[in-house]
Design a protein around this ligand. Structure first.
Ligand SMILES: Cc1cc2nc3c(=O)[nH]c(=O)nc-3n(C[C@H](O)[C@H](O)[C@H](O)COP(=O)(O)OP(=O)(O)OC[C@H]3O[C@@H](n4cnc5c(N)ncnc54)[C@H](O)[C@@H]3O)c2cc1C
Length: 332
């Protein structure tokens, strides 16, 4: 075997898997088609740490979200990743919507989230005067995280424990090996290379089904069909963003009936203002540490994984080319 474990995709999921494998003493190679980590969905999200309120009880999503949220807060605290447990307000804007709040409360409790607190209309108004509501729920465990720094910390730990990354390598084929494991074929700058590994983690995000198909796995048949969804984004007007009577950085509200984000004092948290989005799809003002930057210099295109390839006789040509991803973007 060329590597003990290969992780395909350097989004937040692939990086977390790579870190975990490396922490268990596995020799990990991350293969990523872009020149750096987190270029796709992991850098285009709302950076919310979800509490695990809505998912069906017992589902993988519910279990992973609830356990993951606790581990994520702990990871952030331990590694100095900017984050804030800002809480979330879920509201009923009419009496008709109130039974839905009761359902959400029941669902949360079934998922092991016992921190939700019912709010009266007056409670909601006191928290967010711009939000009209007949009742509400307060989720104190919902928060935000700097996803870029989170991913950087995962990669740093994986690399610190011997993991390596091959940037600008697109996986274009994979085949099961007779004695277990997979041969993975990747293409970079017109060159095709192959790496054999005992374990392969498919963390290819929106292309995970394509990657799964290379060795003959049918993601849909296995119950992992991708469901594309389209969100709508709204900008909060400047006037509405300001908490009356306080500094403009004191508190921010998301103008949907579904949720608001009461921001803590920027001075207290040390976060600066950067445009971002909230979970319910609003574009609002997001805090970010002043020191944080999105412009990570691309890592060297060739690290241990790809430099190895020149000395690996097992690299061989070809493999199915990946489907046109352009046709997938914008799918809803
Ligand atoms: C609008 C929006 C808002 C969201 N908000 C939140 C939120 O607030 N909180 C939250 O927890 N989640 C949120 N999510 C979901 C979250 O962003 C995703 O679940 C997460 O980023 C998925 O990470 P990933 O590593 O699986 O995928 P990705 O980040 O897409 O990573 C997959 C990687 O695999 C690489 N790859 C794919 N195919 C190949 C190949 N053949 N060869 C080599 N590399 C390959 C890609 O280049 C990519 O880097 C949101 C998502 C969206 C779209």
């Amino acid at each position: 075997m060329d590597a003990d474990a290969v992780v395909i995709g350097a989004g937040v999921v692939g990086l977390a898997c790579a870190r975990e494998l490396a922490a268990r003493g596995r020799d990990v190679v991350i293969i990523e088609r872009h020149e750096r980590f987190g270029v796709e969905t992991s850098s285009r999200n709302s950076e919310v740490i979800h509490a695990g309120i809505y998912y069906p009880a017992g589902s993988l999503k519910a279990r992973l979200c609830v356990a993951g949220s606790r581990r994520l807060y702990a990871w952030c605290a331990e590694h100095g990743i900017p984050h804030a447990r800002i809480g979330k307000l879920i509201v009923a804007s009419t009496a008709d919507e109130e039974p839905r709040l009761d359902e959400i409360l029941r669902q949360a409790e079934a998922n092991g989230v016992s921190s939700l607190r019912p709010l009266s209309a007056a409670d909601v108004r006191a928290l967010e005067p711009h939000v009209r509501a007949t009742r509400g729920l307060w989720s104190p465990d919902t928060g935000i995280v700097d996803s870029h720094q989170l991913m950087a910390s995962l990669l740093a730990e994986a690399e610190g424990r011997g993991g390596t990354a091959a940037w600008r390598h697109e996986v274009v084929g994979a085949d099961p090996l007779r004695g277990g494991g997979f041969g993975v074929t990747a293409r970079s700058d017109g060159e095709t290379t192959r790496i054999e590994a005992r374990t392969v983690v498919n963390a290819a995000g929106l292309d995970a089904d394509l990657v799964a198909a290379y060795p003959g796995l049918n993601a849909r048949a296995a119950g992992y069909a991708l469901h594309f969804a389209r969100g709508h984004y709204f900008r909060v007007s400047r006037a509405r963003r300001t908490w009356p009577g306080t500094s403009s950085t004191r508190r921010r509200a998301c103008p949907t009936s579904a949720s608001t984000s009461p921001w803590t004092s920027r001075a207290a948290s040390g976060w600066g203002r950067t445009p971002s989005t909230c979970r319910s799809g609003c574009r609002t003002t997001r805090s970010r540490p002043r020191s944080a930057t999105r412009s990570t210099p691309p890592p060297p295109a060739t690290s241990k994984a790809s430099s190895r390839r020149t000395s690996r006789p097992t690299w061989r040509a070809s493999g199915p080319s990946s489907r046109d991803r352009a046709s997938r973007s914008g799918t809803s």
